[in-house]
Design a protein around this ligand. Structure first.
Ligand code: DGJ
Length: 755
């Protein structure tokens, strides 16, 4: 068993070939943390790892022991107020007004496999031998309440997943005001914290800062995980980089308000906590009730950030994403949003679909505007029946016509929202989240339906499933375009208002679960004004997510590079859109737009009829290319090689499992003159294989490509008048933004040969 219990010293050692995680039952019967990191040998006792000293101005737990203070002890799931003055992992308000607790070890269970989480998304196993779980039950006998801490270690991945469950076994009424999924105390603070932060249209930019004594945190209080901060942080040693050094990743499988916090105390210990944001959160735990926290996923890598990311990619692609589409190649889609916005009719849609079918695209997606009176974003949300003025044969008729063109049909929905100008709102005005006697803030002229109420979810479910039943729909884009404000549910008493944010997201998960069970072959893509809810919780239901409303290829370098820190390439919705780009008004070559979007769930976001014949020919070639390589790109190992946050040139690559094939994406933002020689060190190849690089017409051994690098210098740049680069042929200019040499990119395809 990869989880051992040292009976005498009361220590648990969770390990696999890469990692060790060691915790103990301390003298006060609470849980201590001894080690998390690279695998170390098991021994009968790890007592020497338990560091404790006598310090002045400290409070002690035992009258006869002037050392045992929780203030500096590394703990598993700490509470506040009994000698530890750092931020706790949980807080329980009791009937007498006290928040002091004492959860002591009662029992533990070690078993093969991993249990499912009730009503929450989580990683899973397909066979019990893929992972082993330790469940430790702690009890506070005064309040007759238990906490079950659950740890799962995967057999073949450097991953430990964690969550906690609170069980009120007594008859008093408790209030849980904090219940983090994870607490990890580390012995020093020589780390840099990495976060993925941004805003609408510039999601998941990589930010790094040195840890310092005090608190550093990221969070969401918007009701969704948000584009502002992703529910993920990493701690890396200052000398660690993409390929070397110690890195810890912490990711939360949750789509609502979260907090990721790192506290460094003044004796330089680091406390990481991750979970539901306690601000505004309050859960009533009455007699015999339970509360389950979301799951947190910890990854350790001794080989830098890339290895951490590859671990998340494998786990999230194969053991978080589920269902019919998990392992299938994703259809190449075309979405009409940027092409038409709300202004379309059946004829226009069929025009776009026809031209898409002609170039081999596989799926047409009808975006916002097909339902109710939805002719702009002021009205119609909530009325999930077709607008027959625009679409006389409805969705069922249109979907058949699109099918007849040889394409599958997909549809956009935004089930959590309503416009006040809608039938739904007129019939059920109290179904929105809204605080009595306060005005309702709007976002994009819309309001949030109260998904904490079952009857609301039931109603929306019925409307959406009716559309899905009546038509031939193989894909759904589930959008969500505003944050929650004035959070209050009319269905719950005043005491339970602190539960609404969490109940809301449980309602969202519930609707997803029902729809994927009823329509298992539909591919869901989540979306929230682009990447505003791009999180592991969503991936459990929707294996891909629209990464950003910013579809400009150059902007996407940063967005996709940052997203790849945690999320598999197959999950990153990425489309070629028109120029002038609608977000940054930039012109980029169609080749570069595709070369970026290939490293995602690929599609188009334009009207092909607006392209020139030459561009259409290019699109045809692109579609052929991605059909050939999507399996490799989605399932291969992804390596970040050169960061767009630090360089004019970005590079990444993907390598097949057998290392016989690889594709390198190389992107140069601005052209320069008389530049230095350039090469880029490749990764993950077999050093003994000889690779043919099609685009260079050259053969190189893996060891050379990885140690010396692949030469990428453009021989002509030393001489701007060199006819190799100037000018473009007249007919090429339309492909290269009127002859510009900015925003160029190359793909290098490597194939192992015998030569
Ligand atoms: C926001 C999404 O991110 C866009 O792709 C598009 O679907 C619009 N909403 C439609 O309203």
């Amino acid at each position: 068993m990869p989880i051992l219990f040292n009976q005498k010293t009361k220590e648990f050692h969770l390990y696999n070939s890469e990692i060790s995680y060691i915790l103990n039952i301390m003298k006060n019967n609470q849980l201590g943390q001894l080690y998390f990191g690279k695998k170390i040998k098991h021994r009968d006792s790890f007592e020497h790892l338990f560091e404790i000293v006598n310090r002045s101005l400290t409070a002690y737990v035992f009258t006869d022991d002037n050392k045992f203070s929780l203030e500096e002890l590394k703990q598993e799931y700490p509470s506040y107020g009994t000698t530890d003055f750092r931020y706790p992992a949980f807080e329980i308000h009791q009937e007498n007004g006290s928040k002091i607790t004492n959860f002591e070890y009662v029992s533990h269970e070690i078993f093969r496999g991993k249990k499912k989480l009730e009503s929450l998304p989580a990683t899973y196993v397909e066979e019990d031998n893929e992972a082993t779980t330790l469940e430790i039950t702690l009890r506070d006998s005064l309040i007759n309440t238990e906490v079950a801490l659950s740890y799962t270690i995967y057999e073949n991945l450097p991953v430990i997943t964690r969550h906690s469950r609170f069980i009120n076994c007594g008859d008093s009424n408790l209030r849980l005001t904090k219940a983090m999924s994870l607490n990890l105390d580390l012995p020093d603070y020589d780390y840099e914290m990495i976060q993925l932060s941004g805003a609408w249209s510039r999601e998941r930019h990589i930010k790094t800062r040195k840890l310092e004594q005090g608190i550093q945190s990221i969070y969401s209080l918007r009701g969704a995980s948000s584009p502002n901060h992703n529910p993920f942080i990493a701690l890396k040693r200052p000398n660690a980089d993409e390929h070397n050094g110690d890195v810890y990743g912490f990711s939360l499988v949750y789509s609502g308000n979260f907090l990721a916090q790192v506290e460094v105390d003044t004796h330089s210990q680091t406390r990481v906590s991750l979970g539901i944001n306690p601000h505004g959160f309050e859960w009533h735990l009455n007699a015999n009730e339970e509360f389950q926290t979301p799951e947190a996923v910890m990854v350790y890598s001794s080989e830098g950030l890339n290895k951490m990311s590859q671990t998340y990619h494998t786990l999230y692609r194969t053991r978080l994403a589920r269902g019919y589409w998990r392992d299938r190649v994703r259809p190449i889609l075309i979405n009409n949003w940027e092409a038409t916005k709300f202004s379309f009719n059946e004829e226009k849609i069929l025009d776009i679909a026809k031209s898409a079918a002609d170039v081999g695209i596989e799926l047409f997606v009808l975006d916002d505007g097909w339902f109710g009176e939805r002719n702009d974003d002021y009205r119609g949300l909530g009325d999930w029946y077709p607008n027959t003025n625009k679409l006389p044969s409805g969705i069922s008729g249109l979907s058949k016509k699109v099918n007849d063109l040889g394409l599958n049909f997909g549809l956009w929905i935004e089930p959590e929202m309503v416009n006040k100008d809608s039938e739904l709102y007129r019939n059920y005005p109290d179904w929105i989240i809204s605080t009595p006697n306060r005005s309702d803030s709007h976002g994009r002229n819309q309001y949030v339906l109260d998904f904490s109420r079952h009857e609301v979810v039931d109603y929306i479910h019925e409307m959406i499933s009716k559309v899905l039943r009546e038509s031939n729909i193989s894909y759904i884009k589930w959008d969500m375009n505003r944050s929650i404000t004035e959070c209050y549910s009319k269905a719950f008493p005043k005491e339970q208002q602190g539960e609404v944010m969490h109940r809301y997201i449980l309602g969202v998960y519930d609707l997803y679960e029902r729809l994927i069970n009823e329509f298992p072959k539909i591919l869901f893509e989540s979306c929230s004004s682009g990447g505003g809810r791009f999180d592991p919780g969503m991936l459990y239901y929707a294996p891909q997510a629209w990464a950003s409303d910013d579809s400009d290829a150059i902007e996407r370098l940063k967005i996709q590079y940052g997203t790849s820190m945690v999320y598999p390439i197959s999950s990153i919705g990425a489309h070629v859109s028109e120029i002038v780009n609608q977000q940054v008004f930039r012109n980029t070559p169609i080749e570069t737009r595709a070369n970026v979007a290939y490293f995602g769930a690929f599609g188009y976001e334009l009207d092909l009829n607006e392209l020139t014949e030459l561009e259409k020919q290019k699109v045809k070639e692109q579609v052929e290319f991605i059909k050939q390589y999507r399996e490799l790109i989605h399932k291969g190992k992804f390596y970040r090689l050169q960061s767009p946050f630090e360089n004019n040139i970005t590079a990444w690559m993907v390598v097949s499992d057998d290392k016989k094939e690889a594709i390198v994406g190389w992107y140069k933002v601005l052209n320069d003159v008389n530049e230095s020689f350039k090469r880029i060190k490749l990764k993950g190849l077999n050093e003994n294989l000889n690779y043919y690089i099609e685009q260079k017409g050259e053969y190189h051994y893996g060891d050379e490509l990885m140690n010396l690098g692949m030469i990428t210098s453009d021989y002509a740049v030393g001489d701007p008048c060199n006819e190799e680069i100037l000018p473009y042929m007249e007919d090429e200019k339309e492909l290269y933004c009127n002859g510009s040499r900015d925003f160029l990119s190359k793909l290098f395809i490597l194939k192992a040969t015998e030569e």
